[in-house]
Write a protein that binds this ligand. Sequence first.
Ligand code: TMP
Length: 208
Amino acid sequence: MTLDNFVVFEGIDGAGTSTQIKILKERPESSRISFSAEPTEGPTGRFLREILGGKIELNPKTTAFLFAADRAEHVWGKGGIVDSVNEGKAVVIDRYIFSSLAYQGVSCGKELPRKLNEDFPLPSLLFFFDINPETSLKRIKNRDVTEIYENNDYLTQTRKQYLEVLEEYKNNSHSDGMKIVTIDATKPKEEIAKIIWSHISNLPIFKS
Ligand code: TMP
């Protein structure tokens, strides 16, 4: 099932999704959009940040469950994605189930992330920011905190998983209604912002 006016940005670390969300927030239409990200700012999301920072080491399966638990609250919790869409807002989020299918697909195999994420609604629009890890890692090397997945080997496997997962969705009739747009994330950010707006401005909410 897809949710109208629900948009997801995905890509490996350093692909530039957060930069594009910032640009989108500056548009006058942004008052009609609810923005958020995963991991969320909620208790499970904060715990996940500690895991990502390497402070706590858990079995990869446990981490997959935690990402799904954080997501359940993000989607169905009070004031979450479903509530916002029902209130007539567009929702744009940085990362969603595709991150779990790609990143946890590498760390604990495809099956568990698939099971844990099968009930979540799909977005009507998915942007995949494609970039090779050498380039993306160069972009983020000056960040203060290095997270556990930010290395060339892991991100190379993650990108491969993303591409496989998206191919599966493209060929699956259950994901009918989800439009997948692949962005060349090495393009200048202004150019990417234009492409993104050309799709978001076509959402039903901006047509009414
Ligand atoms: P970010 O805030 O820079 O996007 O980093 C979040 C990190 O968490 C990034 O390395 C991807 C990872 N992640 C997963 O492994 N699985 C998930 O389901 C989500 C939402 C994020």
